[in-house]
Design a protein around this ligand. Structure first.
Ligand SMILES: [Mg+2]
Length: 324
C-alpha cells in the first residue's frame, strides 16, 4: 500500500466520523417524530447545543485525543488519559474551545483518573451493566486504524481494542461492541464494498460465539448481519445512546445507504443520539464509500478540520514506517 493510499484511508474514516458528528450535533436528543416532520438535509449550526455550523462534539474530541498519541506509533494509555483530562478540564481537542456533551461514564473515568496518582490508566471507569453507553464505541476507530496499518491481523489485537474501551467502558458489553465494530471496519479497509460489512459481522459472530454477551448482539449478528434477510423496518431500530442500539442503528444505516451523505443523514434523522449514531455510521461510510464521497461543503465546514487532517497525515507517515 502506498503512503498516499494509507493517508486517504485514514482521512476517509477519521473525517467520515468527525463530519458526521458535526452534522448530528444540532439535532441531538430530539425524538424521531420531530425529524419525520422536519428532516435534517444538510450540515447546519446551533440547535440543541447552540454551537456554530461544523462544530464537532465529544465523539471527535475523544477520538483525536487518542489519535494524537497513536499517531506517534504508541498506545501509551496514560498519555491518552492525560489528553482526555486536557479535553474535559482544559478544552483541548475541541472545535470552538468549549467542551460539551461529555457522557456520564467518560466523565467518571476521566475525573477519577485526574485525581488519582495517574500511575495506571485503568480501573477508574464504572463497570456496572448500566454503564454501557456508546462512549467507547464512539472513539474506538483510531485504535482500529492504528492496528490495521501497523500490523497485519485483527484477531491478535481484539484484546487491545477491548483494552482501549476499558479506559472509559470496561463492561463486557461495551468491549464486545467495540470488537464487533473493529471487525466491520477492518473488513471495509481490506475491501471497500458492501459485502465487507456482512463479512466483518460474520467474523465477529464467530469470534464472540461463546461470549456471555453474544445474546445482546444476536439481532445484529443474525438479522441485520444476514445478507439473505431483509433489513428490519425503521420502527424496529432504536437510536439511543445504549451501545447495542447505537451499533445496530449505525450498521443498519450503512447497509441501506447508497452513499456517504445518505448514510449520515439517515442516521441523524433516526433522532435521539444523532451525533454519535451518525459518527459511528459515518466513519464506516467513509471507509466504504471513500474520502471523495464526503461532501466538499461538509469537509470544508468542519471547524478545525485542517488540524485533524494534519494529524491523520502524520499518523500515516509514522504507521507506514512502523509497519511489521
Ligand atoms: Mg457527541
Amino acid at each position: 500500500m502506498t503512503l498516499d493510499s494509507v493517508k486517504e484511508k485514514i482521512l476517509s474514516v477519521i473525517l467520515g466520523h468527525a463530519v458526521a458528528d458535526a452534522v448530528g450535533v444540532p439535532a441531538e436528543f430530539k425524538p424521531r417524530s420531530h425529524f419525520n416532520l422536519n428532516p435534517v438535509t444538510d450540515m447546519t449550526g446551533y440547535g440543541t447545543h447552540n454551537m456554530p455550523l461544523g462544530c464537532y462534539s465529544d465523539d471527535t474530541s475523544m477520538s483525536i485525543a487518542a489519535l494524537d498519541v497513536l499517531k506517534s506509533g504508541s498506545t501509551d494509555y496514560i498519555a491518552i488519559m492525560d489528553n482526555l483530562v486536557d479535553w474535559v478540564y482544559s478544552d483541548k481537542y475541541t472545535a470552538t474551545g468549549v467542551t460539551f456533551d461529555v457522557g456520564g461514564s467518560c466523565m467518571s473515568a476521566i475525573s477519577a483518573y485526574k485525581y488519582s496518582d495517574r500511575k495506571s490508566a485503568f480501573g477508574h471507569a464504572p463497570i456496572s451493566e448500566r454503564s454501557n453507553g456508546n462512549g467507547s464505541l464512539m472513539r474506538i476507530h483510531p485504535f482500529v486504524l492504528y492496528y490495521y496499518f501497523t500490523s497485519g491481523e485483527l484477531v491478535p489485537h481484539i484484546s487491545d481494542i477491548e483494552k482501549a474501551s476499558m479506559l472509559t467502558h470496561p463492561h463486557p458489553r461495551s468491549l464486545v461492541g467495540c470488537g464487533i465494530y473493529a471487525f466491520v471496519l477492518w473488513a471495509l479497509l481490506d475491501r471497500p464494498e458492501r459485502a465487507s460489512v456482512y463479512r466483518g459481522l460474520t467474523m465477529a459472530r464467530e469470534y464472540y460465539r461463546d461470549s456471555e454477551e453474544y445474546h445482546t448482539y444476536r439481532r445484529l449478528f443474525e438479522e441485520i448481519g444476514d445478507p439473505e434477510r431483509e433489513l428490519p423496518e425503521v420502527d424496529a431500530i432504536e437510536s439511543s445512546g445504549y451501545v447495542v442500539h447505537s451499533l445496530e442503528a449505525a450498521i443498519w444505516c450503512l447497509l441501506r445507504a447508497g452513499g456517504y451523505r445518505e448514510c449520515v443523514l439517515s442516521a441523524v434523522n433516526l433522532g435521539e443520539d444523532t451525533d454519535t449514531v451518525a459518527a459511528i455510521a459515518g466513519g464506516l461510510a467513509g471507509a466504504l464509500f471513500g474520502l471523495e464521497s464526503i461532501p466538499d461543503a461538509w469537509r470544508a465546514g468542519l471547524i478545525g478540520g485542517e488540524k485533524i487532517e494534519a494529524m491523520c497525515r502524520d499518523a500515516a507517515v509514522i504507521w507506514c514506517e512502523n509497519r511489521d
